[in-house]
Unconditional design. Structure first.
Length: 426
């Protein structure tokens, strides 16, 4: 399963450790069974995700519809490890035969809680079915970085200036969350004649994007030049815009991202992380200021949140207004490197995915049930603090307290069950 959208667009020049988790879904009740990949589900910040659906007639959904390899006929050849088997098959733990994802020869070829019946793994407890896999849907997070001339200001006690400290913090957060978040990088202004130009997306939003972002920043120096493009002898760019014009164009840069295709993916969270060291230039607010730009982003059909982080001489009151208008509540302020890295990591953690995309469309959305850690009480179908199902994107989305429990690791296991209001056995 790849599940990640890539090749997404970037802002016109005029203008949150969760890995990609493997989640299992079981469909059918009282019939043939299913088996998860023999390697087991992937751990997401300590969360083992298993989604189980348990209604319908499994004979109507062949194993081949999962990945085209399982046929319920048992072993396909001797093996010692999964590497000995063709793509899409695994090595049976007990039979040492290459098997499709739902196939078995002996009971111990199946995961705990499953038994081998008629060549297929069936879950115990009266509910069984096929095993499907789906991906966690990582969020899109665009870092919008101030490149105005004041970013060359010294950060006391560090031997670095603000640009260098910001760059190190971005290195840290993109490395830490590289597998969990689809990052992009924009800088503002564009350092065009007259000042107040909106920013540019300099590294488009892509999966596993830390190397590209870090490579771009490695080629910049926290030094100013008239157009932000002057070269140093070592080949780095004097990237700060020291044009003499107003260049902290926060509002117009946020507003330029309205409609940006790479932030309009309805299957995932979309957010902007604004990092600035100064108050917004008043000369740049004639058409739109920072809070208005953040509000315009949030009020789209596919909303985009704005997180606000300040350092140096940033205006806390302006950042508060931007964060409130952008739907994130409170801003962050950090001047020291460790504090800035912690602030950015906290933001990244807060946007890590609470969305999981099913590979099979449930026949009846009213027959979906969700459980945390095998608790039979279940998680409520509740848009405030439980889960909802989006039929347009075929996703389960967790909200409020339920999402927070996933993000902070207090939930160990998740089961998504179809047609059977009980967690699976085993």
């Amino acid at each position: 399963m790849d599940g990640n959208a890539d090749g997404r667009g970037s802002m016109p020049s005029t203008g949150l450790v969760l890995g990609a988790g493997l989640v299992s879904v079981l469909l059918g009740c009282g019939g043939d069974g299913g088996r998860a990949d023999d390697s087991g589900p992937t751990s997401l910040t300590g969360i083992t995700i298993t989604a189980t659906a348990t209604d319908g007639d499994p004979t109507e959904t062949s194993a081949a519809s999962v990945d085209g390899t399982a046929d319920g006929t048992g072993g396909g050849g001797p093996c010692e490890t999964d590497d000995d088997c063709p793509a899409g098959q695994h090595c049976g733990a007990m039979s040492k035969q290459c098997l499709g994802p739902i196939d078995c020869v002996l009971d111990n070829d199946c995961d705990e809680g499953f038994t081998c019946e008629e060549g297929m793994c069936t879950i115990g407890g009266g509910c069984g079915g096929f095993v499907f896999s789906f991906d966690e849907v990582p969020p899109n997070l665009l870092i919008l970085l101030d490149r105005s001339g004041s970013m060359d200001g010294d950060v006391p006690g560090t031997g670095m200036n603000r640009w260098e400290v910001a760059r190190e913090a971005i290195f840290g957060v993109t490395t830490q969350f590289n597998d969990a978040i689809d990052f992009g990088l924009a800088t503002y202004s564009s350092c065009l004649p007259g000042g107040c130009s909106p920013g540019d997306i300099v590294v488009p939003i892509l999966p596993v994007n830390a190397p590209l972002i870090q490579s771009f920043l490695d080629n910049t120096a926290g030094q100013g030049s008239l157009n932000g493009q002057a070269m140093n002898p070592d080949g780095t760019i004097r990237y700060l815009c020291d044009s003499g014009n107003p260049e902290t164009s926060t509002g117009v840069s946020l507003d330029a991202l309205v409609g940006e295709p790479s932030l309009q993916d309805p299957t995932r969270t979309n957010a902007v992380l604004l990092l600035t060291d100064g108050g917004e230039s008043s000369e740049c607010t004639g058409s739109v200021n920072g809070p208005a730009g953040a509000a315009n982003l949030l009020n789209q059909a596919v909303p985009v949140q704005t997180f606000a982080v300040g350092m140096g001489g940033a205006s806390l009151s302006q950042l508060e207004q931007i964060a409130m208008a952008g739907g994130t509540g409170q801003p962050y302020f950090a001047d020291q490197p460790a504090d800035l890295q912690m602030a950015m990591a906290a933001i990244a953690s807060s946007v890590t995915s609470c969305t999981f995309q099913l590979t099979e469309v449930p026949p009846n959305a009213n027959e979906i049930y969700v459980f945390f850690d095998d608790d039979p009480a279940g998680v409520p179908n509740d848009p405030a603090n439980g889960w909802t199902y989006d039929s347009t994107t075929n996703t389960i989305i967790f909200h409020g307290a339920a999402c927070q429990a996933i993000q902070d690791g207090s939930v160990v296991g998740i089961d998504i069950v179809y047609g059977c209001n009980m967690p699976p056995v085993g």
